[in-house]
Design a binder for this molecule. Structure first.
Ligand SMILES: N[C@@H](CCC(=O)N[C@@H](CS)C(=O)NCC(=O)O)C(=O)O
Length: 278
């Protein structure tokens, strides 16, 4: 009997976006359960295990730390099947790949290609993704009207209703959790530019995919984790119109969009809408 798949997400989260597209691409039926932060923590609290402690990165105040520890729960995405729980986007991709048909798999058997893909996936997951999140939040966190649709599209009505009450606390929380300040913003922007340079370099020879001649986990990772910088129209939530964004952010995004790497993301999104592949 086939398993059921329940994907718990924050609508705009790019790690969630990665798993959403992976499940779609690998033709694995799933239901997505979206939550506005911090309600994803309530939605995932019954799934806790000691192996995955709550995420603390920035200088969180002791009050916020206490609240998060009391509520429990975990970061998303989380994929719940009838028998297992997967609580990082990477684990979800590996699980999904293990049950996908051979011709759709995201990880090749060729060891050299596999090594290159693993290295790029690690770069996108651990360098690009946190930088994109910090850089984008640094611009929009002061504008609740921009954040609301990104956090609330498809969530239960009560969470959307509570947005104006919860947002001021969440703004402080997000700023502390991700350590957003002038230095980290500049560092994140540089990381994004460095990763874009690396991808531009790979694509400069006219290749269709980052590694080998077919779509892999590296393409999926870059496409989804960089997407917020280039605004593909079919991102999992509607991203803000450019003219609503702070001027400097819109200018930088235009430059990302017109790079080889940015065009690559837009192409993959356009093609993804036309898949299933085989
Ligand atoms: N390495 C994890 C990162 C997940 C992550 O950072 N999720 C963020 C959303 S982008 C989150 O849930 N943040 C709120 C929290 O940790 O409670 C993955 O790949 O899934």
């Amino acid at each position: 009997m086939s398993q059921s798949h329940r994907l718990i997400t924050i609508p705009v989260s790019h790690y969630c976006e990665k798993t959403r597209w992976a499940l779609k691409r690998l033709l694995i039926p799933f239901t997505e359960e979206r939550h506005m932060p911090p309600f994803h923590r309530f939605a995932t609290r019954s799934l806790n295990d000691s192996a995955t402690p709550p995420l603390f990165t920035g200088q969180m105040s002791s009050l916020n730390r206490l609240v998060i520890q009391t509520v429990g729960g975990r970061s998303v995405p989380v994929l719940v099947t009838d028998t297992q729980i997967f609580s990082s986007s990477d684990d979800i991709l590996h699980y999904a790949d293990s049950i996908a048909p051979d011709d759709l798999k995201l990880y090749p058997t060729n060891p050299e290609q596999r090594r290159s893909i693993d290295e790029l996936v690690e770069l996108f997951d651990t360098a690009l993704a946190p930088a994109v999140r910090l850089w984008t939040y640094s611009y929009i966190m002061s504008q609740p009207n921009l954040v609301k649709p990104l956090w609330c599209e498809g969530v239960p009505w009560i969470e959307k209703f509570l947005f104006p009450i919860v947002f001021p606390w969440m703004r402080t929380n997000v700023t502390q959790l991700y350590g957003i300040d002038d230095t980290s913003i500049a560092r994140s922007y540089k990381t994004i530019c460095d990763v874009f340079d690396r991808v531009n370099g790979l694509l400069a020879d006219g290749r269709m995919y980052l590694v080998g001649d077919r779509f892999s986990a590296a393409d999926l990772g870059f496409m989804t984790l960089a997407a917020a910088l280039v605004s593909p129209p079919n991102y999992g939530v509607k991203l803000p119109e450019h003219d609503k964004l702070p001027t400097q952010m819109a200018t930088d995004m235009k430059a990302f969009q017109s790079s080889l790497a940015g065009k690559f993301v837009l192409r993959l999104y356009e093609e993804a809408d036309r898949t299933p592949v085989a």
